[in-house]
Unconditional design. Structure first.
Length: 600
């Protein structure tokens, strides 16, 4: 509180200032201090001659602090958040560096002051590729004491996986074990991460700024300028893209259905690079929604509240909430509303629960384990928002400036005599036609990017995993890149499932594609996959690695694991190395960004 004694203010001014200061947040006080400092050199005109001349007080310089933000990111969400938070802290006058964990020098931890970690979880609770080495170091014998560090962790994950946000949890616990002091509690974010992430960051920022005395005026101007920029397209603000082409890439007789979708981005201002993903916001199947409401015994038109928005139950289940994916956290919530003994027995048997939720949906639970003691609002409160589905963009913006192409494998299967439908894939395949619009936004993927034009590349992409490589080759053709390009592609049958066959063969003919190796698993008695083709070309594969080639893998995690094992085997045998040396060789490729994966 300001006192009159030795103050240049009169009593009325003191009273007004004290009333104002009592209402200000720490950030507002910081801003005001910075503003007054920046304007202190403005001349005082017509000051009363008998007024006591205020002494020139040098505003204390902010305590020099350095904030390090490290991200563990597979698809780019964690990186985007880390860079966004870093910009905001810099605009608040803090000294900030943002870095991928793979680029961070671990000996810098000894001098770190404030450490913020934004970490996603990959696969079955594993660190993303760019965080493997840092994660191992921090949990190893060489990790230093960190009692001089204050830290906070934001964890990103998907609650449909058993080890939800596992990497973030591990970083949080290990930093505490090493003696670091927690600034704020860790926050675990599901797929709809933006709002909880912003709340976490606001809490972190407030803690950091409490110890800071000034914010430079230039940074304040930058903050205002940033706030005036246009909105980015996102889950909350998607672009409505018109479908301009829709083709089934599989021939008649195929066991599969793969949609090639071309979308117009005209007048959107959207920019993307090969390797990035297009997020499509789906709509649930209307028949499933109707069946679920009927099984629940609710009225379709009764209103519910979803994050402050009032919707009809049918509208909420159709457009907003996830109803097709069962997860352990969801099942725990549902268990609170039923006394069904079989349901509670299932909940205590981890293996049985895991088997049950695979491929089933909410309608199964409601039909098999009812009745439930809830109203429509109570039911809706159990559900999370339906997440957007990510698809690798299969076109280059250099080749198609106002378009984005995606390659979508349509999912249909049967469980307990009822057909199950992939939410987004069948929404595209069954409900939309040319001329319709879909809600989309671009998801950057900074860890899956082309090298310079001279570097040779090896692309391994069975099935729809070939999508980003179509974009890679289009980009390299448009750029006139001199680097060689080798593709490994696999599917079931040559006659019906060779996705983009004519395009690959044309690129092979004109030399844009240097080598093409294909594996069609069902065209012979013994199944043949891409890794078998890689082993047949092991000598040449290793030669390409030795001359500097970058390796890219895209597809499901099972395939990616098998392919990685095959690469280690090739390095071991062709390079005459031990298993440990081969693994170290591959890790070095990863550090050099010559081994990149886009795995789902």
């Amino acid at each position: 509180m300001l006192e009159v004694i030795n103050s240049p203010f009169n009593e009325k001014q003191v009273q007004q200032l004290n009333e104002l200061l009592a209402t200000l947040t720490p950030q507002q006080k910081i801003w005001l201090t910075g503003y007054l400092t920046a304007t202190a050199n403005i001349a005082v005109v017509d000051a009363p001659k008998n007024a006591a001349a205020p002494s020139v007080v040098q505003s204390p310089s902010p305590k020099e602090k350095h904030v390090t933000i490290l991200y563990a990111s597979q698809t780019g969400n964690a990186q985007k958040l880390a860079e966004q938070f870093g910009n905001q802290l810099q605009q608040s006058g803090l000294n900030v560096s943002v870095s991928s964990m793979s680029d961070y020098k671990t000996n810098a931890l000894k001098k770190a002051q404030y450490l913020l970690i934004v970490a996603s979880t990959h696969g079955e609770g594993e660190p993303p590729d760019n965080a493997i080495a840092f994660h191992s170091f921090l949990h190893g014998k060489r990790a230093p004491k960190l009692d001089h560090v204050k830290f906070a962790v934001l964890a990103l994950g998907d609650s449909s996986y058993e080890f939800f946000c596992q990497t973030g949890k591990e970083f949080d616990l290990q930093l505490e074990k090493l003696g670091a002091e927690r600034l704020v509690e860790r926050v675990d974010c599901d797929l709809d991460y933006q709002e909880p992430a912003e709340k976490w960051f606001a809490a972190v920022k407030e803690k950091l700024l409490e110890e800071t005395l000034t914010t430079p005026a230039s940074n304040q101007e930058a903050a205002v300028s940033k706030a005036q920029e246009g909105k980015e397209y996102s889950r909350k603000n998607p672009f409505h893209a018109e479908i301009i082409e829709k083709i089934n890439l599989n021939a008649t007789g195929s066991n599969k259905e793969t949609i090639h979708l071309e979308l117009s981005l005209e007048d959107s201002g959207i920019i993307f690079e090969p390797g990035d993903c297009l997020a499509i916001i789906p709509v649930n199947n209307q028949n499933l929604v109707d069946s679920l409401i009927s099984a629940l015994g609710f009225e379709p038109n009764e209103t519910v509240d979803v994050d402050g928005a009032t919707l009809s139950l049918k509208e909420a289940l159709l457009n907003t909430l996830e109803i097709t994916l069962l997860t352990k956290p969801l099942m725990k919530k549902l268990a609170e509303f039923t006394n069904n003994e079989k349901f509670h027995a299932l909940m205590v048997d981890s293996e049985a629960l895991k088997q049950y939720i695979e491929g089933r949906d909410l309608l199964d639970v409601v039909e098999q384990f009812g009745p439930f003691q809830w109203d429509a609002q109570g039911f809706v409160n159990c559900l999370r928002k339906i997440p957007a589905r990510l698809y690798s963009i299969s076109s280059s913006q250099l080749a198609y400036p106002d378009e984005a192409h995606v390659t979508i494998g349509v999912v249909r299967y049967e469980v307990d005599g009822r057909e199950r439908l992939g939410v987004c894939s069948t929404y595209i395949a069954d409900q939309l036609e040319v001329g319709d619009c879909v809600q989309v936004y671009v998801q950057k993927n900074p860890n899956f990017k082309l090298p310079d034009d001279e570097t040779p590349i090896i692309m391994i992409g069975p099935g729809t995993g070939v999508a980003p490589f179509r974009a890679f080759i289009q980009e390299r053709e448009e750029r006139g890149a001199s680097g060689e390009n080798w593709l490994f592609f696999g599917e079931q049958h040559f006659m019906t499932d060779f996705l983009y066959q004519k395009e690959w063969l044309n690129w092979l003919k004109n030399g844009v594609l240097t080598k093409l190796d294909v594996a069609f698993s069902r065209d012979q008695e013994e199944k043949v996959y891409v890794q078998h083709k890689m082993l047949k070309k092991a000598k040449e594969f290793y030669e390409w690695l030795e001359k500097g080639a970058a390796v890219y893998i895209c597809g499901d995690k099972g395939m990616a694991k098998d392919v990685q094992e095959t690469i280690i085997q090739i390095i071991q045998e062709q390079g005459n190395k031990s298993r440990e040396e081969a693994e170290a060789y591959l890790e070095e490729l990863r550090k050099q960004k010559r081994y990149q994966r886009d795995v789902y």
